[in-house]
Design a protein around this ligand. Structure first.
Ligand code: NAP
Ligand code: GLV
Length: 317
């Protein structure tokens, strides 16, 4: 019988198809497995149901030479050395599509919160600083009619653009591919940064996109504009972002993902009233997390049976 390791707890009704196919060793602790524990539990495994927190590099692959499949419960696979896996003949699966709409919802929640300054207002209420109603206090921007710049017009970018239509937003986007998506306006990154009231990052992390938003790019953003990141923290130079927010050169940021992650509670970003940070919950609805776990199980089970995965990581072009 095959042996598989699962890096986080998965409800029994979801994992059950695997139990019929393999001996399953599942991380039983809170959160995800530590790297030290992986070194103990991965040897001898044929399959691995991994999480985005697992650093999957040559060193970890060396301890499990029998691995034939890695099925990750996320769409982003920037934690995986994909080339090293392919060189070893390891098949990789991930969980696209099932999370797209939920992440787009999160992007809109973050946009609305930052543009309308909801966390700042809420903090005042809790601190007993509501005060008398004042027509000129707590003012923010508008979502409706704003120019929205979407960096990365893939599945999530397009789902964000669909929602933007309902808010009468003007949408600009960047991507590497030519051709217009859904009749929307494709521009270069610099132009997008210079024109957008809200910039949302929905691009995968890669060597090409690492810190694609740094001091220069933040300097191109409009005064009062808002940066929303629902993709990966290292797309943004955190120190440069702090400086831009602190000086007021941009209006606000709303971050589902940060660099580092988790962000320590004494991090300078958390001293700023104009920076909203939530703990990487872009896809964290009950239904979507169950769907992601289900797809990760289906990918792993298919590979163990020798069948095509429902959601294999696409081959590089
Ligand atoms: P996707 O469908 O592959 O879309 C990514 C898009 O980015 C592609 O259309 C690609 O188009 C574009 N792109 C790649 N490199 C680019 C570059 N240098 N400049 C501009 N555009 C570029 O992926 P997705 O399903 O939308 O997911 C996107 C990312 O969101 C994931 O990789 C993951 O990191 C993140 N994510 C985060 C959460 C969360 O919980 N916060 C949840 C899900 C996903 P071209 O090839 O045409 O450039
Ligand atoms: C979550 O961050 C994902 O990539 O699915």
């Amino acid at each position: 019988m095959s042996r598989v390791f699962v890096s986080a707890r998965i409800p029994e009704d979801i994992v059950s198809p695997l139990l019929r196919l393999a001996e399953v060793d599942m991380w039983e602790g809170e959160g995800t497995v530590s790297r030290e524990a992986l070194f103990e539990r991965l040897p001898g495994c044929d399959g691995w149901l991994s999480m985005l927190t697992d650093e999957i590099d040559e060193e970890i692959l060396d301890i499990a030479p029998g691995l034939t499949v890695i099925s990750q419960m996320s769409v982003g696979v920037d934690n995986i050395d994909v080339e090293a896996c392919r060189a070893r003949g390891i098949t990789i699966g991930h969980t696209p599509d099932v999370l797209t709409e939920t992440v787009a919802d999160t992007a809109f929640a973050l946009m609305a919160a930052a543009v309308r300054r909801l966390p700042e207002g809420e903090k005042k209420v809790r601190a007993g600083e509501w005060g008398p109603w004042d027509p000129w206090r707590f003012l923010g921007g508008d979502l409706h009619g704003a120019v929205l710049g979407i960096v990365g017009m893939g599945r999530i970018g397009q789902a964000i653009a669909r929602r933007a239509a309902g808010f009468d937003m003007e949408v600009l986007y960047t991507s590497r591919s030519d051709g217009s998506v859904g009749g929307l306006v494709r521009v270069g990154l610099d132009e997008l940064l210079g024109r957008a009231d809200i910039v949302v990052l929905a691009v995968p992390l890669s060597p090409e996109t690492h810190q694609m938003i740094g001091e220069r790019e933040l300097g191109l953003m409009r005064p009062g504009s808002v940066l929303v990141n629902v993709a990966r923290g290292p797309l943004v130079d955190t120190a440069a972002l702090f400086a831009a927010l602190d000086s007021g050169s941009i209006g606000a940021a709303a971050l589902d993902v940060t660099d580092p992650e988790p962000l320590p509670s004494d991090h300078p970003l958390l001293t700023l009233g104009n920076c909203l940070v939530v703990p990487h919950i872009g896809s964290a609805s009950v239904r979507t997390r169950r769907a992601m776990a289900g797809l990760a199980v289906d990918n792993l089970a298919a590979a163990l049976r020798g069948d095509p995965m429902p959601a294999p990581l696409p081959e590089p072009e």
